[in-house]
Design a protein around this ligand. Structure first.
Ligand SMILES: [Zn+2]
Length: 325
């Protein structure tokens, strides 16, 4: 089996043939995990995955966007210059995909999550919520201060029928027990900028609540012990980037700390694809062990959640990924 099977879907969401190919490929690269399919009836809230941890929640009136990273710049190293791809962002807004974004929040301020936050906010009028570093990305793009909310430890805010919460968490400890590209962005960041200028700036767990259900999003495979006590959710979108390299003990503790307190009936791995590839090209970047571990960790929970995967660019039920409840 070729784990790096390359899949080119292009930008068009919902194309039946592309979705079918996506599902077949996803099953090959994450064995034993079923792929969510578009339901027959439109659910109350959909989620659409655009790679890495970019997730668009939509209840038909209001859209909540996590990351909004669609530029996917080519780069050599941390000194490479990058800037938002305005033609792609404008296309996403113009097609309606990002047509009603009320709020955008990145899981942290690294480029593969936050580099488009300010540009998308400018194109949509969305409010940007996140760390001071995220605020400086928004300021650098020209976002008005009235549409920037800086979060320290915890924040919860209503947007339409959604209540979106941010809870300070930790990045995956991938370098010297800390994040790669550590530190904060201390002044407005105006692209083009170095890839390494998008510093981590603090990581957050994001909780998307709606009368139809609750989703918890953990973008990076780190945790703060006990931080999510009393945080129920129907579905956990779980970042597994680098999980294999962090070892099984860390992975088990991560699953226990993030999924355990939620009582979720479904866990959906995200941040498993190669973010150095152009938008729409999805290839498995992790290790096969990550997925085998997830099966084992899920089986250890009471009740045991199911595992599911998101297809690229296709709106699926945001809160019932593992089937009707
Ligand atoms: Zn990161």
């Amino acid at each position: 089996m070729n784990r790096r099977t390359l899949l080119v879907l292009g930008m068009v969401a919902g194309a039946a043939s592309a979705a079918t190919v996506a599902q077949e490929t996803a099953v090959r690269i994450l064995p034993g995990v079923h792929v969510l399919a578009a339901p027959d009836e439109t659910p109350a809230v959909t989620v659409t995955w655009y790679g890495v941890t970019t997730l668009l929640f939509d209840d038909g009136d209001t859209q909540i966007l996590v990351d909004g990273f669609v530029s996917r710049p080519r780069f050599e190293d941390l000194d490479s210059l990058a800037e938002p791809d305005m033609s792609r962002i404008n296309a996403m807004v113009g097609s309606g995909a990002f047509g009603r974004v009320a709020m955008i929040t990145p899981v942290h301020s690294h480029f593969d999550h936050a580099m488009d936050v300010g540009a998308v906010a400018m194109a949509t009028g969305a409010t940007v919520v996140g760390s001071e570093s995220t605020a400086n990305i928004a300021r650098g793009a020209g976002v008005d201060e009235a549409r920037i909310v800086v979060v320290e430890e915890r924040h919860r805010q209503q947007f339409g029928k959604f209540a979106v919460g941010l809870i300070r968490s930790a990045h995956a400890p991938l370098v010297n027990d800390g994040p790669p590209i550590p530190g904060t962005i201390d002044a407005p960041l105006t692209p083009p900028a170095r890839i390494g200028d998008w510093k981590e700036g603090g990581s957050y767990t994001i909780v998307v609540e709606h009368p139809a259900g609750t989703a918890l999003i953990q973008g990076s495979a780190g945790y703060v012990e006990g931080r999510l006590a009393g945080t129920p959710a129907d579905v956990v979108y779980l970042g597994i980037g680098g999980l294999g390299s962090l070892g099984k003990d860390h992975a088990a503790a991560y699953f226990e700390e993030i999924v355990g307190p939620t009582g979720a009936q479904c866990v959906v791995p995200i941040h498993w694809d190669d973010f150095t590839l152009p938008f729409g090209e999805i290839a498995w970047r992790g290790s096969i062990y990550d997925v085998e571990w997830l099966h084992e960790f899920a089986a250890g929970q009471v009740p045991a959640p199911g595992l599911a995967m998101l297809p690229f660019g296709e709106a699926v039920d945001a809160f019932r990924g593992c089937g009707p409840s």
